[in-house]
Every structure is written in structure tokens, then in C-alpha cells.
Write a protein that binds this ligand. Structure first.
Ligand code: MG
Length: 408
């Protein structure tokens, strides 16, 4: 038995974070949780720290004194304890926790910094933070390739057998990763990224006009956080995943197709030059891709419900309706143009989704806002994280201005 992998979970109280901890809970002989960071939920963070006996802790945002004191006491009760509050403290956990693997499920630009810091420190990055690749793919992927010489990209006549420096946690990218394993990357022809289609599959623009936040939050197949659930309903999430797939596997955008697969039984597919297609199937349980990211290159038993093909029924497929769900087309356009445009697009979308959830923007207004901010953005090559943070801030301002004008 090899030594246990030491895991740091950033964003431990969120949807991916709690499921990552569940994977750790079920694999105590293989995984040791050594650090935890949460944004605001101090009490939940403390409960997690106590359950897993963790002394390296950080809270992204200041909390009540009593909660902060309790977390500090927890850190001091452990050898090599560490506790801090603020964005810098979260990043310091990468070194302070003594981890081997970082599960990055932070939200926003802080997630990009954490991904960069993880790979720069020579640790494995199990990635759930979308901004890291959507916004910062041009910065992250060179680091990942430097850390993982065995990870060839699209079109290279070499076997795809990565050391695993960057493990995608998303179900689609985990699926593509597994379909490509052992294959010659010069023989891969097309990636088929599957989409559930969300709760509004088949609706027209007119039918989407009065959609409420509660309707959009009812996702048919996957159980996720609020922001990503809205992104799934607008197909923005799929657009972000197309950009991520482009960076992760080096595939050109022309070789990345989106197909609606409403049952979410197929998590994505790879088509090869001879026309053969490999698909990855499984139960819609995020703990499977999370566990694969942590177990690779091994596979471990998992207590999740197995798929029974005898009762699965039919699998349906369809083309996404990009005229109705314009966010998918906008994201793809942003990715194809590249540079700082995906950063501007992503920032505008975050502000628009928050405004929609708060009742300050219509459902269809999300795409309009994203399009307006993209249209006004002066695209530059990506050079540094600080530059992206600036573009992000300016694009958020532009989105807020658009929404204020729209609602007045
Ligand atoms: Mg996904």
C-alpha cells in the first residue's frame, strides 16, 4: 500500500468540496485531508476540520469573532497548524498544509491564482474551478505541460498517458480524459462534449421570456450550486466547457462539438480518424469524476449507484439550439477569438447571472449583457494574472452599467 495522498480542499463547503470530502471519507486508507479553505461558512469549515482532524485552515472572508477564534483554536490544537483569513491565507495553504494534491473548487479569479500556485509548487491540481482554464488557460496550460512531460496535446503522434499533473474534475473533461487514455493523440479527430440541455430544453425564446430564478434552478440531472445551475440552463456552462476542453487537450475549436444528451448518461465522447467513437458512461454522480481525479492512475471502488443498462431505456441525442441559447455561441466565439475576450465574457456572465438571481435582470437579458460587454471589449493577448484581474474588474463594471441602463 502506497502512502496516503495528502489532499487540500479549496472551497470545501461548496458542492464540489463537500463531495470531495465524501470521497475522502470513504477512502481513509488512501486519502488524508490535510487542509481546508472555505469562503464564508466558518461553522461548516470548523465541523469539517474537526471531523477530518485538519489543522491547516483558511477562511476567504472575515467572519464573526467567535467563529474565527474557534477555527484558530482548532489550528493550534494540531501540529503544524495554520490559520488565516483572506485571499492570501487561502493561497498560503498550498504550502502550509504540506499537501500533494489540491482540489480547487474555488469560485472566480482567486481560483485562477490557486491553480497557478499549485502547479508552480509542483503539486497535483484537481481542477473544478472553471476560470482557471476559461480565463487563464494561456497561463495555466504551459505550467501544466512543464509539470507533465508525458501529456501530449492534440495532433501529436504520441500516446496520451499523462503523469496527472492537472486532473479535470468536471464530468465532461474527466470523460474525455478517460476516452483518450492510451490513444495516439495524432489519431483523435473530434471531441463530443455532451450537454443535458438543462431544464428549458426544447423551449423557444418567447417561452423563456418570463422564466424565474426558481425555474432555472431546477436542473433535471445534476445536483450543483446556484451559479453553475443557471449556467447549465443557459448553456453558458457548456460554452465554458468547450473553452476548457480546447485548453486541456489542445483541440482546435473546429474539432469540438456539443451534442445534447438529455439523460446525461454519456458524459462525453472522443471520435477517432477511423470513425470509431469512444463514449464514457456512468451514473450522474459527481463523486465518480472527483474520485477519478484523486485516484488516477488507479481506479478505486466506489459506493455510488451503478448504471443498469437493462433499465436505462433510450438514449436521445440532438443539436443544441444556439439561436435560443445564445450563451453557448457567445462563449465559443469568445474562445475562438481568444486573448482576454473569454475573461471579459466570463465576468459579464457572472454579473448577469447574479443580477438574474436577484431579480434585477430577465433570463434572456443574461446573453444580451454578455454580448454587449464582449462587443465593447478591447481584446489583448493574455500576459499575466494581474492583467486578467483588471480585465475582470472592468468587465464587471461594464456589465453592471449595462444592467443599470436596462432596468431603468
Ligand atoms: Mg460539466
Amino acid at each position: 500500500m502506497s502512502a496516503r495522498k495528502k489532499v487540500l480542499v479549496l472551497g470545501s463547503t461548496g458542492s464540489i468540496g463537500t463531495q470531495a470530502l465524501d470521497v475522502a471519507r470513504k477512502n481513509p486508507e488512501r486519502l488524508e485531508v490535510v487542509g481546508l479553505a472555505a469562503g464564508t461558512r466558518a461553522k461548516e469549515l470548523l465541523a469539517q476540520a474537526q471531523e477530518f482532524g485538519v489543522g491547516a485552515l483558511a477562511l476567504g472572508v472575515a467572519a464573526a469573532d467567535a467563529d474565527v477564534d474557534a477555527l484558530r483554536a482548532q489550528a493550534q490544537s494540531r501540529t503544524h497548524g495554520f490559520f488565516g483569513v483572506g485571499e492570501q491565507a487561502v493561497l498560503e495553504l498550498i504550502d502550509a498544509s504540506g499537501c500533494d494534491v489540491v482540489v480547487n473548487s474555488l469560485v472566480g479569479a482567486q481560483g485562477l491564482r490557486a491553480s497557478y500556485g499549485t502547479l508552480a509548487a509542483g503539486k497535483v491540481l484537481a481542477l473544478a474551478n472553471k476560470e482557471s482554464l476559461v480565463v487563464g488557460g494561456d497561463l495555466i496550460m504551459p505550467l501544466a505541460h512543464a509539470a507533465d512531460a508525458c501529456c501530449p496535446t492534440w495532433g501529436q503522434p504520441a500516446e496520451f498517458r499523462p503523469e496527472g499533473a492537472l486532473m479535470p474534475i468536471d464530468s465532461e473533461h474527466g470523460a474525455i480524459y478517460q476516452c483518450l487514455l492510451g490513444e495516439n493523440m495524432a489519431e483523435a479527430d473530434r471531441l463530443w462534449v455532451t450537454a443535458s440541455g438543462g431544464p428549458f430544453l426544447g423551449r423557444t425564446r418567447e417561452q423563456l421570456e418570463g422564466v424565474t430564478a426558481a425555474e432555472a434552478l431546477a436542473h433535471p440531472t445534476w445536483n450543483m450550486g446556484a451559479k453553475i445551475t443557471i449556467d447549465s440552463s443557459t448553456l453558458m456552462n457548456k460554452g465554458l466547457e468547450v473553452i476548457e476542453a480546447h485548453h486541456l487537450f489542445g483541440a482546435p475549436y473546429e474539432a469540438i462539438e456539443v451534442v445534447v444528451q438529455p439523460q446525461s448518461a454519456i458524459h462525453s465522447m472522443v471520435e477517432f480518424v477511423d470513425g470509431s467513437v469512444k463514449a464514457h458512461l456512468g451514473t450522474t454522480d459527481m463523486r465518480i469524476p472527483i474520485q477519478f481525479a484523486l485516484s488516477y492512475p488507479e481506479r478505486w471502488d466506489s459506493p455510488v449507484q451503478r448504471m443498469d443498462f437493462r433499465t436505462l431505456g433510450s438514449l436521445e441525442f440532438g443539436a443544441p439550439d444556439v439561436d435560443t441559447f445564445r450563451c453557448l455561441a457567445l462563449a465559443r466565439a469568445a474562445g475562438m477569438q481568444g486573448g482576454t475576450l473569454p475573461c471579459a465574457m466570463n465576468a459579464a456572465n457572472e454579473v448577469a447571472v447574479a443580477a438574474f438571481l436577484a431579480g434585477g435582470l430577465s433570463y434572456l437579458g443574461i446573453a444580451d449583457c454578455v454580448e454587449a460587454v464582449m462587443g465593447a471589449h478591447d481584446v489583448r493577448p493574455v500576459e499575466a494574472i494581474e492583467q486578467l484581474v483588471e480585465v475582470d474588474a472592468r468587465s464587471r463594471d461594464a456589465a453592471r452599467d449595462y444592467i443599470a441602463a436596462y432596468s431603468s
